[in-house]
Design a protein around this ligand. Structure first.
Ligand SMILES: Cc1ncc(COP(=O)(O)O)c(C=O)c1O
Length: 388
């Protein structure tokens, strides 16, 4: 059987690749420190789990819902957006999805056809170019500039726009660097999108980990936002529900109307139990989310102060929300080589920089958000131990 070269040419999912190393690893008794896949280490709020437990005995819970999700769930999300973004959105602006991952596919297939281009800020979240390649859409990459922490520069992005460009894609807070794109830059990117009559797609999967719960941007307060802005959202990290696949696409009512054609063929709907989990979260868990955000900020502060103490050959380049982006000290060695040595010699698992963009072999991504404060000094000690 023949398969599409669009998919056979795409590299294997990096997290799966790195997790396979674990199977081959000789266990020397040292406990593994997992800085690989970004997953909050804590359990969902117990009151949320108890609520879902009660719902499970209701046979309605095993049915489909409307493709876009239950009206009461999207109403509840509207109130939450009112609090978070200060914005008057309507339930028609939301489609509940199978994680932010599916929201991204919906956004892309609604905006692009094969042969189109999207300008993507590097370092990127690796799933994004994988999806673009599979769909035959060309990613045009805005280069990573270390001194600028990899934040998007609107002029650079604009210079990469051609007549085939249909969108600009940015992730903030960034996976892999943790850096937060300032609201003014997001506004400027929106203006670029508007000037070229294209879309700004902003993946805000980690928006609840911005210190102080600061508003990520003011775009939703522009009555014209829907003409050029599409948001990818996830409740997976926010409520520690990554396995529930709790994502959402936010866009104009017209955009959602068309996206629902793809939704119907891809997923039909987000599982009802997940929708109820999201509703419970947005109705009841603002404080729980704020407490976890504060805890993540403490982890970040401690990680930074430990990592930057003298004697560490690895150099912290950028960090924030959930991640640290570090330069490794092994010259002419790939990130894969260094990540494998970290696993084999000091039992730390993390991701090689090159999976986040071309030319990024000199870097590693560490998801410090996965580990508790008390484990951070030991994690950093292990980096010090591995000498170039
Ligand atoms: C930037 C970014 N977008 C999307 C996703 C996927 O999120 P979800 O689990 O909601 O599909 C992730 C997961 O790590 C991510 O880091």
């Amino acid at each position: 059987m023949q398969m599409s070269p669009n998919i056979t040419d795409v590299h294997f999912p990096p997290i799966s690749e790195v997790k396979r190393w674990l199977v081959e690893r000789q266990n020397d008794g040292q406990e593994l420190i997992d800085l690989c896949q970004a997953v909050p280490d804590y359990a969902p709020a117990p009151e949320l789990t108890a609520h879902l437990g009660q719902l499970l005995s209701n046979p309605q819970m095993s049915r489909y819902s409307l493709d876009e999700g239950l009206p009461e769930v999207r109403e509840a999300v509207c109130s939450y957006y009112g609090r978070k973004y200060g914005a008057p959105l309507s339930p028609d602006n939301f489609c509940m999805t199978i994680g932010a991952s599916q929201a991204f596919w919906l956004a892309i297939v609604t905006i692009c056809s094969a042969g189109d281009e999207i300008v993507v800020q590097a370092p990127y979240y690796f799933d994004h170019p994988m999806a673009l390649d599979i769909l035959g859409i060309k990613g045009v990459y805005a280069p990573f500039i270390e001194s600028g922490l990899g934040l998007p520069n609107p002029e650079t992005i604009e210079s990469l726009i051609s007549e085939k460009t249909k969108a600009i894609l940015v992730v903030s807070p960034s996976n892999p660097t943790g850096a937060i794109t300032p609201p003014e830059t997001i506004q400027a990117l929106f203006e670029v999108a508007k000037r070229h009559d294209i879309a700004l797609i902003l993946d805000e999967t980690y928006n609840e980990f911005i210190p102080g719960g600061t508003r990520p941007h003011e775009l939703f307060n522009n009555p014209e936002w829907g003409a050029h802005f599409v948001q990818i959202a996830s409740f997976g990290k926010t409520y520690a529900l990554t396995g529930y696949r709790a994502g959402m696409l936010t866009a104009s009512g017209e955009f959602i109307h068309h996206a629902l054609k793809a939704q119907d063929t891809m997923a039909v709907c987000q599982p009802l139990i997940t929708q109820h989990a999201v509703k419970f979260g947005v109705d009841h868990l603002d404080e729980w989310v704020a407490d976890n955000r504060t805890m993540m900020c403490r982890r970040h502060d401690l990680f930074r102060s430990e990592f930057t103490k003298p004697g560490n050959q690895f150099r912290l380049v950028a960090s924030g929300a959930f991640f640290a982006w570090v330069r490794h000290p092994f010259s002419n060695c790939s990130g894969r080589y260094v990540a494998k040595r970290l696993l084999d010699e000091v039992a730390v698992i993390c991701l090689p920089g090159e999976v986040f963009g071309p030319g990024l072999e000199g870097y590693l991504r560490l998801a410090f958000g996965n580990i508790r404060e008390e484990s951070i000094p030991e994690a950093v000690r292990r980096f010090r131990e591995l000498k170039a």
